[in-house]
Design a protein around this ligand. Sequence first.
Ligand SMILES: Nc1ncnc2c1ncn2[C@@H]1O[C@H](COP(=O)(O)OP(=O)(O)OP(=O)(O)O)[C@@H](O)[C@H]1O
Length: 403
Amino acid sequence: MTTVVQIEDLSKHFVIRKEKSLKERVVNFSRSKLHKEEFWALRDINLEISSGTTVGLIGPNGSGKSTLLKMIGGILQPDTGSVKIRGRLAALLELGAGFHPDLTGRENVYLNASILGLSRVQIDKYFDAIVDFSGIEKFIDTQVKFYSSGMYVRLAFSVAVHVDPDILLVDEVLAVGDEPFQRKCLERIRQFQSEGRTIVLVTHGLDQVAEFCDRAVVLEKGHIVTDGSPRTALRLLRADFEEARQEERERALEVIDPGRALPRAQFTGIALASESGQTGHPVLTGGEGLFIAMQIESERTLPDCIIEIGIANPLGVVVYATNTKMLEAQVPPLGSVNKYNVFVPKQHLGEGDYSVQVGLTLADGTELHRVPEAGQFSVDGDGRARGFIRLDPRFSVLDANAV
Ligand SMILES: Nc1ncnc2c1ncn2[C@@H]1O[C@H](COP(=O)(O)OP(=O)(O)OP(=O)(O)O)[C@@H](O)[C@H]1O
């Protein structure tokens, strides 16, 4: 496979202008109300993308994903380092990028496609297909400043996929299209994949990354923190999101509950085992049951706690969840160290990898602790089916002489 995008030591900084406080102005004898601050949106990025791969750029808000995509697309210039591209590139970046608001849809198709490298004759040839795919023929002679955001994206995506690109860059914008159009776009992306084109996708739709990408690059604060299989990247990113959520929750609790009336109680140990005694990351075969052992430590006695357990698939979708209240299980008041065991006999999960998540709440639903990836296990299949549940269908022939 050849390298079609080569990024070396790439950095990009922006200058943010902030309003000074009155105190700052007095202390610095300054008349200006603004002060400038340098901000590195990307720092020392090294990335190689091979032809025919689909790469998802993911990460929290403001981590630099769109900036990186714009630099691959040549819209932004690097402050240090370089971006080298091999092949024709089409980009669907921020809303309206590449479109002139005062021109009509028709004029913009010609403008945009010619910027992307198509000749007038080629655009004439593709014009009807572009408009047809966009589904906005009624508005093609309207100035695009009167378009809704969905109409913009419909036309822009349609141009991008008709200019025969080797590399397609797609930012989150697809999300503003309606569901049928999004489905159509994703089908087109699949077609591009089968044709061996390269796609770089920025998205917050983590399920989409798991479904479409061969590789996921996680950005945080302008740095690449993970680069690898979507499963691993998603697991780490979700764990980071959960950690950030817990920290935010702690901070919010400090504000509403300064003396910390809310008790500290948390899971201090989780272990999984198969019915046959395999521990660590057990592999369950033939409907074998699963044991989940857990330990909770609490700083004080707590009555009426609810323990939750969930099983999630590799995309993070919870395929099963329950709690001690739903199970009508008695949880004695929490002491300082508490040990429990949950046994799931005869599980009916389909072949694949799963994770166990646990949570602890008070009876009123107040969350005390949650561990999204408390343990992992796999289920072995017998090759008779795909999917997340295991059924036992029976096939029978009703009439074989109909023809
Ligand atoms: N033109 C600009 N001027 C100043 N700062 C900018 C500019 N463009 C981006 N930034 C800043 O750079 C950082 C990275 O922005 P970027 O849009 O790349 O993040 P992102 O990961 O795509 O975020 P999101 O998920 O919210 O779309 C942000 O803090 C943003 O405010």
